[in-house]
Ligand binder design. Structure first.
Ligand code: NAD
Ligand code: SER
Length: 316
């Protein structure tokens, strides 16, 4: 296991950053993982190793921190997600694109060895196949978030081909986790529903009961992220972004799973603007390239995810 890395995580206080920093510190050592964000992270991240306030749009400071800590790898997580970006498309586009450019420039100027940047199932749109959506297919996203992710994939491919930047990426589905709240996506309901269940409060869902979306438990997502960053470069044959998948369920299905432990739990449905974004995305994803190229192998099914979420939230 490579331990002589110094890792910068940008956007470390968010849903993925919280879990990712803790895992990376376990692997590479606390002082070798620098968490950065505009906002203060949870106590465990803040106290567990270096933290710096950093705006990814401040290119000079990004470069300064990389040089100061002699950073070798960057994980870029700062972005606006689908629902938030739709409220402010110009800002969403600017943050998602300029942030990526500032980090890719670290690669093209040979200041860092490896970069991770996540894409999303939002690169797909209404004209993409709904079931088992393939890696290579029609991508005509209808959200500003999806447009920014698709453009980002193109820029990653470009920087890899043109400047040899070792940038790696996966298209995350909706992520389910308990350590921090989700940050304004369409799939956030799949986390909120658990918080309501353990507080014994009824949940009003903003998506229709039969809206199927690709989802994943956070431990699997973190595993995919670290795995793709650790495999030898020649295994990463797709430099736009890899489809990864594990779960596909609807609000009604996850509700019934939760009800097995909370029989009195109630749900109602009042779809809002997020229904349209969800309807534009696939229900399930074909991730055979990730499985073939770097042995991606998710561990959590819906039952195990539900049990884990309820257990963890009850103890916090
Ligand atoms: P999040 O909203 O929970 O966290 C993003 C973090 O970035 C926040 O802590 C925020 O304070 C920080 N941030 C915002 N603007 C910043 C700036 N200018 N400089 C520095 N930090 C800034 O998001 P997340 O769910 O952790 O997502 C991380 C990445 O993964 C994003 O690129 C997102 O598009 C992608 N993704 C997430 C999901 C998901 O379900 N969570 C699914 C697909 C893709
Ligand atoms: N979870 C994300 C969102 O809903 C998908 O990229 O925005």
């Amino acid at each position: 296991m490579p331990k002589s890395e110094t890792i910068l995580v940008i956007g470390a206080s968010g849903q993925i950053g919280t879990d990712l920093v803790l895992k990376l510190r376990e692997i590479y050592g606390s002082s070798n993982v620098i968490a950065t964000d505009l906002k203060t992270p949870v106590y465990e991240v803040y106290e567990g190793g270096p933290f710096e306030v950093l705006d990814v749009l401040d290119k000079e400071k990004v470069h300064k921190i990389v040089k100061h800590y002699k950073v070798t790898q960057v994980y870029l997580l700062a972005a606006l997600l689908s629902a938030t970006a739709e409220q402010n498309p110009k800002f969403g586009w600017n943050l998602n694109m300029s942030g990526l450019f500032n980090v890719l420039s670290l690669g093209s100027e040979q200041l860092v060895k490896k970069i991770f940047w996540p894409s999303s199932i939002a690169v797909f749109g209404p004209t993409s196949p709904k079931q088992n959506c393939p890696q290579h297919t029609i991508t005509e996203p209808t959200t500003v978030y999806g447009i920014s992710k698709l453009a980002g994939e193109g820029w990653c491919t470009y920087f890899h081909k043109k400047y040899g930047v070792d940038v790696r990426s996966v298209r995350y589905p909706g992520l389910i986790s308990h350590k921090s709240q989700p940050g304004g996506g369409t799939t956030d309901y799949a986390v909120h529903i658990f918080h309501h269940a353990i507080k014994r409060k009824a949940y009003k869902c903003y998506l229709e009961k039969d809206t199927y979306l690709p989802m994943m438990y956070m431990d699997d997502a973190i595993q995919a992220t670290i795995q793709i960053m650790q495999v030898p470069s020649e295994k990463v044959l797709i430099r736009s972004s890899y489809n990864i998948a594990s779960l596909s369920f609807s609000p009604e299905e996850i509700y019934h799973q939760i009800k097995k432990q909370y029989p009195d739990f109630k749900i109602s449905y009042k779809p809002d603007h997020r229904q349209e974004y969800a309807d534009s995305w696939p229900a399930s994803i074909d991730d055979s390239y990730a499985k073939q190229h770097w042995n991606w192998d998710p561990k959590y099914n819906l039952e195990k995810t539900t049990q884990r979420m309820l257990k963890q939230l009850k103890t916090t």
